[in-house]
Design a binder for this molecule. Structure first.
Ligand SMILES: *Cc1c(COP(=O)(O)O)cnc(C)c1O
Length: 410
């Protein structure tokens, strides 16, 4: 094995079987990676092989397959720990996804530590799953939700954030990369300033992990949440990273098997980390397949691929500037390869349908971020979200198709 990592896009595309098909009689151009990413063959194989050869329940084994499944499941946790550079594997909690990870923190650390008048800060560009759990816990505790404004280019009003911070601020939950706008937020600074007033922090990393390496120790975040399915892994499997001391001090989230050491009707003692937060049979196959996805990512030159993604976005911006009637939503200097736009005089849904007829998969609508759509006074956008297996030719195909859509609709 040489230590050269893969960065040839055609070679990488060959690893993703789903990409090589026709949709509506046209070659599939998959530009909906912000909604979910496709899976390389090694992930599909890991899932199938587990069920074919090893399927058993974990941590219960009096038999060989159960021991093997437990070993693979716990090895997957270590793979994830290293991927995030967490200090300990006990700090990696398997969840169902970003949504469950955020709800877990809201209903444990936040619910048990906040009282009437305390403040939680989120931003104006959050996904609904980083809004609603905080509204719910505010209702339960009497805490107050504060929202960092978003500027016209889709970047965060950082001075506005600093103004919101005070000694009542107990928790700050902000998205790393906006799924609707692509904005990359200065989370390191956000976390540092939150810590200065004694607040804890959660970063919604659902859109960030697929683009760049994330180092939770360097960020110094208290919690970090994301979904496997947006990171080339399976659906139904997510991650919550939390600092060990906080996780240890938190009450459990759900009750049941796995999360206990001893149960009697008088008193139940909870299990140690990470099992305290993993009630019931976990998504064993999902975690094992997720580890295969991480191994795959580790075989790629991710720095070069991030540059390739920048080039895809730059090409889209260039072609948009040459075309008539395209309004970009989210033009922050620092952004991931998310390209949200409107075509003057058309509705995003109609555009999406006509693009699909030409084999091009995009997302249309509010992207589970209604408040930020309201701020821009639009019902939604058309969103092309690129990842490393997309090509410059696919960006060109998108714009050729957009011209056809315009001829049809305008
Ligand atoms: C997709 C997404 C979520 C929710 O992820 P689920 O997998 O649906 O739980 C949360 N935040 C952001 C920024 C997202 O893109």
């Amino acid at each position: 094995m040489s230590d050269s990592k893969k960065m040839d896009i055609e070679q990488i595309r060959a690893d993703f079987p789903i990409l090589h098909q026709q949709v509506n009689g046209k070659p599939l151009v998959y530009l909906d990676n912000g909604a979910t990413t496709q899976k390389p063959q090694v992930v599909i194989d890991a899932l199938a092989n587990y069920y074919r050869t090893t399927n058993s329940n974990v941590h219960r084994g009096a038999h060989t397959l159960s021991d093997q499944a437990t070993q693979m499941f716990e090895d997957a946790r270590i793979t994830m720990q290293k991927f995030l550079n967490a200090e300990k594997s006990e700090e990696i909690i398997w969840t169902r996804g970003t949504t469950e990870s955020i709800n877990l923190v809201a209903q444990t650390w936040v619910r048990s530590n906040l009282k009437v008048g305390d403040e939680i800060i989120i931003s104006g560009m959050e996904h609904h799953s980083n809004i609603v759990p905080w509204q719910m816990v505010c209702e339960q505790t009497g805490a107050v939700l504060k929202v960092i404004p978003v500027l016209d280019d889709g970047s965060l009003d950082y001075d506005g954030y600093l103004k919101l911070l005070n000694d009542k601020t107990k928790f700050v939950a902000v998205v790393h990369v906006s799924n609707a706008l692509g904005t990359l937020n200065p989370v390191e600074d956000i976390i540092r300033e939150a810590h200065k007033v004694g607040a804890k922090t959660l970063i919604d990393g659902a859109q960030a992990v697929a683009h760049w390496d994330v180092d939770v120790q360097a960020l110094d975040c208290d919690f970090y949440a994301f979904s496997g399915h947006k990171l080339f892994g399976p659906t139904g499997l997510g991650v919550l990273y939390g600092k060990e001391a906080l996780l240890n001090a938190m009450p459990p989230y759900q009750g049941g098997g796995e999360m206990i050491l001893h149960v009697s009707f008088e008193k139940t003692t909870y299990n140690v980390l990470p099992y305290k937060f993993e009630a019931g049979t976990p998504n064993i196959a999902g975690a094992i397949a997720m580890a295969a996805a991480i191994d795959y990512l580790n075989s790629l030159d991710r720095v070069a691929l991030a540059k390739h993604e920048d080039a895809l976005l730059a090409r889209a911006n260039e072609l948009a500037a040459q075309a008539d009637g395209i309004r970009l939503i989210g033009t922050s200097k620092n952004k991931a390869s998310v390209f949200s736009f409107l075509i003057d005089g058309t509705h995003p849904h109609d555009v999406g349908t006509l693009l699909d007829q030409q084999g091009i998969a995009v997302r249309t609508g509010h992207h589970c971020a209604m408040p930020v759509m309201e701020q821009f006074d639009i019902p939604g956008t058309v969103r092309a979200s690129f990842t490393f297996y997309n090509t410059l030719e696919e960006v060109d195909a998108l714009f050729k198709a957009i011209e056809k859509v315009k001829m049809f609709l305008l």
